[in-house]
Design a protein around this ligand. Structure first.
Ligand code: SAH
Length: 363
């Protein structure tokens, strides 16, 4: 079987080349061809020695996941569904903004955490994505989006906020992020790569040492009783433990705050008393809030908070001195909004069936 070079970070490619008697600068050249030029054909890598090209053709490949569909939303959001084999597909979303272009990258086929308000969770879980399948999403998007008229890359930021829990696929996610940060590949600064987690505390502590990028945490509730229900991993790593890990993370983080994501669910977690409780909870931690209006999906059992409730919630947090943004709902005409990425998941947990058996709470 051929080795997929897309699986290698630069240190790994250096080792791989050294084992074959190839010089370090050759590995760097190949890294730049693959990731900066989006080249998958060794014969087109014209400044490599012919003998090296022959060797690579015989033993290696640059294998990116095949594109199943690409969709564009009226607001400029784009979504790609990529084939990761055996009937599975993962989704990647590009979100253009005035001052940046953000790519939302998936880390797993489905998700094993059972957050009650997330449609990816409802799909069940199949497997972790490989490094090549994670970085392949950026490779594809970069190739299709290209550069701006000023010759800057259209994709300036990456958020690990697509399908899956990134910290549950630790090694491959960290490897892929190290390629995102590498100057011989995408050269993104740590501030421009954000990992979002529902709160796997031991892995968060490892990330602080291995690859401290910007951190977003899916908080969604101001107390353990409610969070146990909405984000069940809270039963294992409750709020006090999670917040302590966030504090430790900040010692190494590229930004001096944590972003707390908070989905706005009508009547569930969006009342003024929830906001007050939240303020008391995070008072001692440097943080910002990103309120995410709930994005509905069939039989979710939840409704989006009204604009008035969201405004009131935001004002309470702001009055206490917190910076609060409300996430714009982008690409909802192509189901590309947060929590709507479903991809194509051959569920190994049989969760889909469990859910079909449950009585729906929808009206
Ligand atoms: N598993 C990681 C990465 C997912 S990021 C995490 O939990 O952080 C996607 C963000 O969208 C998370 O904050 C997630 O909780 C939120 N989300 C999930 N479903 C949603 C929905 N239906 N509407 C709005 N936000 C949702």
């Amino acid at each position: 079987m051929k080795t997929n070079l897309l699986d290698f970070s630069l240190p790994q490619l250096l080792d791989h080349f050294a084992a074959q008697g190839e010089k370090p600068f050759r590995a760097k050249q190949v890294m730049r061809w693959v990731h900066q030029m989006g080249e998958a054909d060794f014969d087109a890598m014209t400044d490599l020695a012919k003998s090296l090209r022959e060797k690579l053709n015989a033993n290696a490949e640059v294998k990116v996941p095949a594109l199943i569909t690409g969709q564009a939303s009226d607001d400029g959001t784009r979504k790609w569904l990529l084939d990761v084999g055996t009937g599975n597909g993962v989704e990647t979303v590009f979100i253009p903004e005035d001052d940046r272009g953000t790519l939302c990258v998936s880390s797993q086929v489905g998700c094993a955490l059972d957050c009650t308000f997330c449609s990816t969770a409802r799909q069940g879980f199949n497997r972790n994505l490989s490094t090549a399948e994670i970085i392949g999403q950026l490779w594809w998007a970069n190739k299709s989006m290209g550069v701006t008229p000023k010759n800057e890359r259209v994709i300036s930021n990456v958020v690990m906020m697509g399908m899956g829990e990134p910290l549950a696929n630790y090694d491959n996610v960290v490897n892929a992020m190290s390629i995102m940060l590498d100057d011989h590949a995408y050269g993104l600064s740590r501030r421009r790569v954000t990992l979002s987690t529902s709160g796997l505390v031991p892995a968060l502590d490892r990330l602080r040492e291995d690859c401290p990028v910007a951190l977003a945490v899916s908080l969604h509730a101001p107390n353990d009783t409610l969070r146990d229900e909405l984000v069940p991993i809270n039963q294992k790593y409750p709020l006090r433990t999670l917040l302590a890990a966030c504090e430790r993370y900040l010692e190494k983080a590229p930004r001096d705050f944590v972003t707390f994501e908070y989905v706005m669910l009508d009547g569930v977690n969006d009342r003024p008393h929830h906001a007050q409780e939240l303020i008391a909870l995070v008072r001692d931690l440097p943080c910002k809030f990103n309120l995410i209006p709930f994005n509905p999906f069939p039989n979710s059992g939840y409704a989006r908070s009204s604009n008035n409730s969201i405004r009131a919630f935001r004002e309470i947090l702001q009055a206490a001195g917190f910076v609060v943004t409300v996430r714009k709902t982008r690409g909802d005409d192509i189901d590309a909004a947060c929590g709507q990425l479903a991809g194509k998941v051959q569920d190994k947990t049989r969760r889909t069936i469990q859910w079909q058996d449950r009585p729906t709470t929808d009206a």
